[in-house]
Design a binder for this molecule. Structure first.
Ligand SMILES: NC(=O)c1ccc[n+]([C@@H]2O[C@H](COP(=O)([O-])OP(=O)(O)OC[C@H]3O[C@@H](n4cnc5c(N)ncnc54)[C@H](O)[C@@H]3O)[C@@H](O)[C@H]2O)c1
Length: 406
């Protein structure tokens, strides 16, 4: 697989993303003037996309030295990596890294003794904790639901060694990125890999969190019949009242044309499900790790595996049926498409940039997972509304008094 990219294409992609990231651009300009991250070393383990490049340029504008590695072996845009190297960012990333190369890239970034770790999925944070002679950091930032869950597990075991800000939990992140971002880009990935018509298809969405509901809503908008599977009774009830069919995966497995997992959990689609699927079923994952579809078990019951294109494998099962696995069970929106649209990453990465400055300024001593400060979340929302040209009403003094009264 190609390890190098096209520098000029990379620069154009980054400039395209920046056009649609007005909030981050404002923060970048402000960072450029104030240099709040002067002399700060940052290791960033993020999908190497054009939007990530816009974040890295913002951190660099603030004075930081950044060491970038990918948060998935298959999600790097080599053109973007080449462009970032050209502008002086230290990057160890290429599309198609082996698992070993992926983790040694993280080790390389951590060996630079960063003051701040920016992570997506918590592989860098966990790698830090597995080292015996760990250096001191101001803290870390975690981008996604699965990473926040892993950090929470470290905290509960009293093993966490520094403050981690759950950037995922900012309202201006999870309500938008997880829902509208993945909702659109997961379907984009499936379309680019397969060119199927969604209208009239039966789409099974596993998990009705923000990611699952975004995908379900977009698939319905394209004319698909959508089935939701869940394990949480409240989320299942929400899916029912949003008008979807809800049933166990074993039942849905017999009916689905397209399966999309979005649970953050493992083996959600397993051997007993593959065995009852229809001829031609398409399997895609939008959750963070490649564990949601039991890919190992799928290969084990295959009589033949054939590559249809760089994103799609045709798997002939021993029962004679063929199913199609996208992106080897990894994040379909990042491997088969280009990740989230820039407009939503504008909000997610503005939170990352402002929280980086917050960590530098406060250098908190607690070994805890903490939320994004409300003023940062609100600031991102106000700036985004302004960029959309949307104004809203303000509470009058009388209304504030009324709402505060008992
Ligand atoms: N593809 C992307 O770019 C992208 C973006 C954001 C988040 N993510 C990832 O997507 C995943 C989901 O994120 P979220 O914010 O919606 O999480 P969430 O925790 O809010 O929702 C997950 C849902 O899955 C359900 N679930 C768990 N196990 C299940 C099972 N066996 N069967 C059916 N449902 C099950 C849970 O009850 C929950 O409602 C996470 O791994 C997250 O990191 C991916």
């Amino acid at each position: 697989m190609e390890k190098t990219g096209d520098l000029s294409a990379g620069l154009k992609k980054i400039s395209w993303a920046e056009t649609y990231m007005p909030v981050l651009s404002i923060i970048k300009q402000d960072f450029l003037e104030r240099k709040p991250l002067k002399k700060i070393r940052i290791s960033a383990t993020l999908h190497v996309t054009k939007e990530t490049a816009a974040l890295i340029k913002t951190l660099s504008a603030g004075g930081a030295e950044v060491f970038l590695t990918p948060s998935n072996p298959l999600s790097t845009d080599n053109d973007v990596a080449a462009a970032l190297r050209e502008i002086g960012v230290h990057v160890m990333a290429w599309r198609g890294m082996s698992n070993e190369e992926y983790f040694s890239a993280i080790d390389w970034a951590l060996s630079q003794k960063p003051n701040i770790i920016i992570d997506d999925g918590a592989d860098a944070i966990v790698s830090y904790h597995e080292k015996s002679e760990a250096f001191q950091v101001f803290g870390a930032l975690e981008e996604t639901t699965t990473g926040v869950r892993r950090v929470k597990a470290l905290e509960e075991k009293k093993a966490l060694r520094f403050t981690v800000i759950a950037v995922n939990n900012a309202k201006t992140k999870w309500l938008f990125d997880n829902r509208y971002g993945t909702g659109q880009s997961a379907l984009d990935g499936i379309m680019r890999a397969t060119q199927i018509l969604f209208a009239g298809k039966c789409v099974v969405v596993a998990g009705y969190g923000m990611v699952g509901r975004g995908i379900a809503n977009r698939a319905r908008g394209l004319g698909s019949k959508v089935i939701v599977t869940e394990v949480d009774p409240i989320r299942a009830l929400e899916a029912v009242m949003d008008g979807y069919e809800v049933m166990p995966m074993l039942e849905a497995a017999r009916r689905g044309d397209v399966f999309i997992t979005a649970t953050g959990n493992k083996n959600v689609i397993d051997i007993n499900h593959f065995e009852v699927m229809k001829q031609g079923a398409i399997l895609a994952n939008a959750g963070h790790f490649d564990v949601e579809i039991n890919v190992k078990a799928l290969y084990a019951i295959a009589s033949n595996v054939r590559e249809i294109n760089s994103c799609t494998e045709e798997i002939t099962l021993k029962n004679g049926k063929k199913v199609y696995l996208l992106a080897k069970g990894r994040l379909v929106n990042l491997v088969c498409a280009s990740g989230h649209p820039s407009e939503v990453m504008d909000m997610s990465f503005s939170n990352q940039a402002l929280c980086t400055e917050f960590l530098v300024n406060t250098q908190p001593k607690e070994k805890k997972l903490i939320e994004v400060p409300e003023e940062i979340d609100k600031k991102v929302a106000w700036l985004k509304l302004k960029a959309f040209g949307v104004e809203i009403d303000k509470l009058s003094y009388e209304q504030e008094e009324y709402l505060a009264s008992w």
